[in-house]
Design a protein around this ligand. Structure first.
Ligand SMILES: C[S@@+](CC[C@H](N)C(=O)[O-])C[C@H]1O[C@@H](n2cnc3c(N)ncnc32)[C@H](O)[C@@H]1O
Length: 255
């Protein structure tokens, strides 16, 4: 089991996910929904190691500007390295709850799997609405961990695993389903909600993306899974035909 489940540095994981078929597919869709044009200013809130910055840079051209913001110093450093030599991208540390951008100063705003982690997603969306110009667009992509489906050997343990993820692992685990209301409350008009369901048929891939093994161990330690049920559950997942899925919702909203 330990050989199947793996651990990697967060930035490696984020870039590997972005480069996977799954990551490339939905990120291309999200970039298209942003409808970036020459000369646009776009802010990527919670840019991480910069997985989207080069695509945004190419889409806004030499007269445009891409602003990457993240509160994690290491992520900002990695993003700066990634965009080194690109003249229309700037990356800085900052907090999604308090963007250092003037009101109405950006044409487009983007988050990808960020609001699920912040202390106050409503305030972060308010900030995005504040910095967008009238007619500007936000494209927000967030998973909903209540949609996590795993074909485990017994329903109770699988429910308990999902409950652990929703209650203890992800700070705002239901952000996906809450995004349309958060956007509307911030004064944005929601144009579309696009579901993206990731289906995993390989336990190693699911582990790399979902942290399956690590989270199951923590669920056992936290008392969500009893030790025998944990052993049976993990043995099943690592030997039987595997299935897991989770849905991410992409909200396209205009100011
Ligand atoms: C799952 S990563 C996604 C990174 C990137 N958007 C991507 O698609 O690869 C979430 C990022 O949100 C950042 N983040 C979390 N809370 C934040 C906050 N309050 N302000 C700014 N960034 C934040 C984290 O540091 C991390 O880089």
């Amino acid at each position: 089991m330990a050989d199947i489940f793996e651990a990697t540095r967060p930035d490696d994981y984020l870039m590997r996910l972005a480069a996977s078929d799954l990551g490339r597919g939905y990120k291309a869709m999200v970039t298209a929904e942003l409808a970036l044009a020459d000369g646009h200013t776009v802010v990527d809130v919670g840019c991480g190691p910069g997985a989207d910055l080069l695509a945004f840079s190419a889409a806004v051209g030499a007269d445009g500007l891409v602003v990457g913001i993240d509160h994690d110093v290491d992520a900002v450093e990695a993003a700066r390295e990634r965009v080194a030599g690109t003249r229309n991208v700037t990356v800085r540390t900052g907090d999604a709850h308090e963007l250092d951008l003037d009101a109405g100063s950006v044409d487009r705003a983007h988050t990808d799997r960020v609001l699920q982690h912040v202390a106050d997603p409503g305030r972060a969306v308010d900030e995005i609405a504040r910095v967008l110009r009238p007619g500007g667009r936000a494209v927000l992509a967030e998973p909903d961990w209540g949609t996590l489906a795993i074909d485990g050997p017994d329903r109770a343990t699988t429910h308990a695993y999902q409950a652990y993820v929703v209650e203890e692992v992800v700070r705002n685990a239901w952000t996906g389903r809450q995004l349309p209301a958060l956007a509307a409350r911030s004064g944005l008009s929601v144009r579309r909600v696009v579901p993206v369901t990731a289906v995993f048929r390989d336990v190693g891939e699911a582990d790399a993306v979902l942290g399956l093994g690590r989270v199951a161990r923590r669920a056992r330690e936290a008392g969500y899974l009893d030790p025998d049920a944990y052993e049976r559950w993990v043995a099943h997942l690592t030997t039987a035909v595997f299935f897991a899925s989770v849905t991410l919702f992409v909200v396209v909203a205009d100011r």
